[in-house]
Write a protein that binds this ligand. Structure first.
Ligand SMILES: C[S@@+](CC[C@H](N)C(=O)[O-])C[C@H]1O[C@@H](n2cnc3c(N)ncnc32)[C@H](O)[C@@H]1O
Length: 181
């Protein structure tokens, strides 16, 4: 369950972080490479900051599952629009409600750090992605112990069945894109 109320996340996501990081959803979702009839999940979708842009990126015919423990909150449903069919699901990134090898891509934007067990979350990512599937992680630069752990695990994903194909270290954040081997 979330450690901070959704309203607080929405404020952080939509005002402070975005001003500081220069996040831009239409630009940032290009870290995901669309494939036909793509099945994608956004894990820790929160207030939907990336959801609409990601659905547009996947295109019609795609399916986007926006998963968050707080998906029951109406604020988490903002950001639906044209493009892939978008389904909002309440769930836990550490125990994903998807069959093994059933998804083409996963996006975690500043959410891996928030999960109670980021190691279990990455193991779940490896389980539900098909071979060649994309794992895209946006992380804050590690200033706290919990963030350092998540970043170290994310950077170590190459040892756990993933191959890094793109990365960027910004002033405040880290972006990583892997393919499942
Ligand atoms: C900083 S917010 C980022 C939200 C959104 N991705 C964005 O970029 O605006 C972190 C999100 O992680 C979610 N979260 C926390 N624990 C989680 C878990 N166990 N499984 C899935 N999401 C989780 C929170 O509910 C929150 O929406």
């Amino acid at each position: 369950m979330p450690r901070t109320p959704t309203g607080c996340y929405a404020f952080i996501s939509h005002r402070l972080i975005r001003a500081a990081l220069g996040d831009d959803p239409p630009r940032d979702v290009r870290w995901i490479t669309p494939v036909a009839d793509m099945r994608c999940a956004e894990i820790g979708s929160g207030g939907g900051y990336y959801t609409a842009a990601l659905a547009a990126r996947l295109g019609a015919g795609g399916l986007l599952v926006a998963l968050d423990p707080a998906a029951h909150d109406p604020r988490a449903r903002r950001g639906t629009g044209p493009g892939a069919t978008t389904v909002h699901v309440a769930g836990d990134g550490c125990a994903l409600p998807f069959a093994s090898a059933s998804l083409d891509a996963l996006l975690y934007s500043y959410s891996l750090e928030e999960m109670p067990d980021p190691r279990a979350a990455l193991a779940e990512a490896e389980r539900v992605l098909r071979p060649g599937g994309q794992l895209v992680l946006f992380l804050w630069r590690p200033l706290t112990r919990r963030r350092r752990l998540a970043s170290a695990l994310a950077l170590g994903a190459e040892d756990n069945g993933f191959a890094l194909f793109r990365s960027h270290r910004g002033l405040q954040n880290l972006r990583l894109a892997y393919r499942k081997r």
